[in-house]
Ligand binder design. Structure first.
Ligand code: NAD
Ligand code: 2HG
Length: 535
């Protein structure tokens, strides 16, 4: 019996990738396996390579008792239960750059197919009909393309659409303004601003709790009459019933869909009786070039994971340098929390991060802490899970610059972390530290005011004019809504006579605060701004 490790290639993968794996491992191809065979045999393998069809749920991961790595030959890891894999110490790695060009090109193919009725005309002519007037189309030249989600694929689509002479307007607050300028794309402050000007709307978001059903009835209502919509990202981003209604009413003149809420799918309301809908069976990544790239890149990651190399596209493993861990390790949660909190205070794009580390931590290789801040800033806004391996490259792709300053002393505390988010002309600074033997993260400054408050999972922040009764007003509204306040701190700045003008209040609560509660308070006299944040 061979003592080589065993790899299962569960879906059709390019030969180049399989050949590379065979140089190191015993490889079985399982693309024609039944579910029973998969269940019975997954326990034999140390590594598995999949595409989008195999659902690596917690149950299958548990059956893979010898699994050490899951390689996803493509971008989306939404078919892998990453937390379940992480809990079992299984590395999950993808090939995030492998198919982005292919997916962007498919989006453009769908755009042109929609504009010129290519599939419909093809089917009609092959059915023996010469129907020239029926399939007249529209030019895309000088039309506006609205891009929602301006990440890797959204940017490539924009670049290519510009080549057709289209005007492009995009919404994605997590991409630096410079990236929009470089690509000649107009930056929108919200998706409604995209919808109201776009002749074509294309969506390139990841699926997150926030983005599910993004294109819903409200979104369609905000679009121009006769808009054409493309989804080459993920089916869950579109509310099917709302799309159907918008097609029925004529609000949406056409739609092109590569992806569906569940796949594979052959029975779907828009497949029948909707000639203005163009569909493809999740072909966004299906080119020889992308499959070669995905196969080779994923094989390389699996080899690295099983032979002690660096898994550069791991979505779930931290790469913390052991020698710095003792001093810096306790500051990782603080930095993640400061990043998450800072980004929640920014309204515009995130153009840059300025990080300052003072005290003992300033003597160390603080890249670990910068990465932790980046994780906090980016988490929840990207396709893949952001970790200490991939956070810097994700930030770079989004044009978010990062500067680090270090000093080995801090004035009032042993250590201090300052995070400043640069957003256009504005700068949002927050400051924190760890306190006590248990390294409890504390917040020391927000919105220009200082205080000292132990960070908890749920926070509500208010900026307001410092007049009597404001704290009581927050307390009573929270009380009415059944929100239990755990602790509170107030910071305020005085004028020359010592009378305070502006104050900031931070309260921590037992449970997340509904943003609507904050909005209702902020709408009342004296409040300037408010935020609910869950860290
Ligand atoms: N059809 C296919 O075969 C195919 C192929 C590859 C990728 N995809 C899908 O395409 C999509 C985009 O992939 P990508 O590689 O460009 O991902 P990406 O992570 O590079 O880009 C996604 C962008 O969405 C933005 N975003 C996230 N949450 C947001 C929010 N709430 N509001 C506004 N913007 C938000 C992020 O800032 C990011 O810039 C993913 O859904 C991916 O699964 C499909
Ligand atoms: O073809 C595939 O495997 C899916 C491609 C794409 O949706 C991805 O997530 O990379």
């Amino acid at each position: 019996m061979s003592d080589r490790l065993k790899i299962l290639v569960k879906e059709k993968l390019a030969d180049t990738g399989v050949d590379l794996l065979r140089e190191h491992f015993d490889v079985d191809l399982g693309d024609s396996w039944s579910d029973e065979e998969f269940r019975a045999r997954i326990g034999e393998y140390q590594g598995i390579l999949i595409r989008s069809a195999t659902k690596m749920t917690e149950e299958y991961i548990a059956l893979g008792t010898n699994l050490r790595v899951i390689g996803r030959a493509g971008v989306g890891v939404n078919n892998v239960d990453v937390p379940a894999a992480t809990r079992r110490g299984i590395v999950v790695a993808n090939a995030p750059q492998s198919n982005v060009v292919t997916a962007a090109e498919h989006t453009l193919a769908l755009l042109m197919a929609l504009a010129r009725n290519v599939p419909q005309a093809d089917a009609s002519l092959k059915a023996g009909k010469w129907e020239r007037s029926k399939f007249g189309g529209v030019e895309v030249y000088e039309k506006t393309l609205g891009v929602v989600g301006f990440g890797r694929i959204g940017q490539l689509v924009a670049e290519r659409a510009k080549g057709f002479g289209m005007k492009v307007v995009a919404y994605d607050p997590f991409v630096g303004a410079e990236r929009y300028r470089d690509l000649g794309v107009e930056k929108a402050d919200n998706s409604a601003d995209v919808y109201k000007v776009a002749d074509f709307v294309t969506i390139h978001l990841p699926v997150t709790p926030e983005t599910k059903g993004w294109l819903n009835a409200e979104a369609f209502a905000q679009m121009k009459d006769g808009v054409r919509v493309i989804n080459c990202a993920r089916g869950e981003l579109v509310d099917d019933a709302a799309l159907q209604a918008a097609l029925d009413s004529g609000k949406v003149a056409g739609a092109a869909l590569d992806v569906f809420p569940s796949e594979p799918i052959t029975d779907y309301p828009l497949f029948d009786g909707y000639p203005q809908v163009v569909v493809t069976p999740h072909l966004g990544a299906s080119t020889t070039e992308a499959q070669d790239r995905a196969g080779v890149q994923t094989a390389e990651q699996v080899i690295a994971a099983l032979t002690g190399g660096t898994v550069t596209t791991a979505v779930n493993i931290p790469a913390i340098a052991a020698e710095d861990m003792e001093v810096l390790g306790p500051f990782v949660p603080l930095c993640q929390q400061l990043g998450k909190l800072a980004v929640s205070l920014v309204d515009g794009s995130i153009d840059g991060l300025e990080l300052e580390f003072f005290g003992r931590i300033g003597d160390r290789d603080t890249r670990l802490l910068s990465i932790a801040v980046l994780q906090g800033v980016l988490t929840g806004h990207t396709e893949e899970e952001v970790n200490q391996v991939n956070a810097p490259s994700i930030a770079e792709e989004r044009g978010i610059s990062l500067t680090e300053t270090k000093r080995s002393t801090a004035r009032d505390f042993t250590d201090l972390v300052r995070v400043t988010i640069v957003s256009g002309e504005t700068r949002q600074r927050i400051v924190g530290t760890n306190v006590g033997r248990r390294n409890r993260p504390h917040l020391l400054e927000v919105w220009g005011q200082r205080f000292d408050l132990q960070l908890e999972r749920n926070l509500a922040l208010f900026s307001y004019s410092d007049v009597p009764g404001m704290i009581g007003r927050v307390g009573s509204v929270f009380g009415e809504k059944g929100i239990n306040i755990v602790s509170a701190a107030v910071g305020r700045a005085g004028d020359d006579d010592g009378a305070a003008e502006h104050a900031v209040m931070v309260v921590t609560t037992d449970a997340p605060v509904d943003p609507a509660v904050i909005d209702s308070l902020v709408a009342t006299d004296g409040f300037v701004a408010g935020r609910a944040v869950s860290l």
